[in-house]
Design a binder for this molecule. Sequence first.
Ligand SMILES: *[C@@H]1O[C@H](CO)[C@@H](O)[C@H](O)[C@H]1NC(C)=O
Ligand SMILES: *[C@@H]1O[C@H](CO)[C@@H](O)[C@H](O)[C@H]1NC(C)=O
Ligand SMILES: *[C@@H]1O[C@H](CO)[C@@H](O)[C@H](O)[C@H]1NC(C)=O
Length: 317
Amino acid sequence: MGFSVLVSACACVCVCVYVSAAPLGDEAENDRPIIGILTQEVDSEVMRKFGNTYIPSSYVKYIESAGARVVPIRLNQSFAEHEKLFKSINGLFLIGGAVNLETSDFARTAGFYFRLALKANDQGDYFPIWGTCLGFQLLTVLVAGENLLSKTTAENVTYPLNFSSEALSSRMFSSFPSELRRALSEEPLTANFHHYGVTKEAFMNNEKLTGLFSVISTNIAQNGAEFVSTIEGRKYPFYGVQWHPEVNRFQWNPHYSFPHSSNAVHVSSLLAQFFVNEGRRSTHRFSDAAEESAVLIYNCNPVYVEKISAYEQSYFF
Ligand SMILES: *[C@@H]1O[C@H](CO)[C@@H](O)[C@H](O)[C@H]1NC(C)=O
Ligand SMILES: *[C@@H]1O[C@H](CO)[C@@H](O)[C@H](O)[C@H]1NC(C)=O
Ligand SMILES: *[C@@H]1O[C@H](CO)[C@@H](O)[C@H](O)[C@H]1NC(C)=O
């Protein structure tokens, strides 16, 4: 009962009485970045009673922890509304989960933002995109124009990253102290929860993928397949990880292998900061403070879902 009250409060667009007096500023570096996290269709029956779409709180905390605010991007908006939102936010985050990579609203809406981001970046309008797990897979589908996924089961396992030769010059890990980079290549700091992925072979044989992305790391799945685990745009500020850096700091369910060592937490912090810093380079902004505060995730309350999911809390829309 209490839950549904929270959820309906969240589902409506709340009228916010707080109006920020702070100017939004024109300076080159945007120190008030706002990241859009795309909501995703709920795939679990027990969670659907709270809403049709969701964002696990771990992703929200991950972005907030690095000094950005979050706007949930609802799936049921018109393309005109999405286009307006695109011009107001400083980056797009695609979460993990379990929906169809071609036919879901999540995939179709991500594709709309992806095409806007390609065009914007081509015109010198910096706009970063990050994909985690399913979000990573979706980036490969959007770039390749086809689904290249195959069975690469790595379910509830932790791995060190097998860095490629291109990792040395990667932007994603450039701020990492060398000992942490070494730890990431030797200790099982990355959490994996996937059945499918893009094998190194499939990736390397696709010119669209190799043209747009550098492969930064690979891993060997439980079925022996070598899959691509980290990618970075060569020219575009697009990034993908098949693993889950947010769980290191924000998920604690003891039934899952979530790395919580200090090195694991450090990796998670630095990658979140890396992406939010990319967002600081975007000059997009809302036309006024009231419009901005009306859509921030602060208007919503997460629901406690520890008993029915791998997450502690989740936002529903
Ligand atoms: C989208 O869904 C929300 C919450 O259910 C609702 O308040 C809003 O009116 C819907 N928007 C559109 C364009 O259908
Ligand atoms: C790491 O990658 C190299 C080069 O692709 C490969 O030869 C090696 O087998 C990989 N090692 C593991 C543990 O995945
Ligand atoms: C996940 O892995 C951990 C550590 O190996 C294990 O204790 C746990 O039972 C596994 N959970 C599931 C759901 O398989």
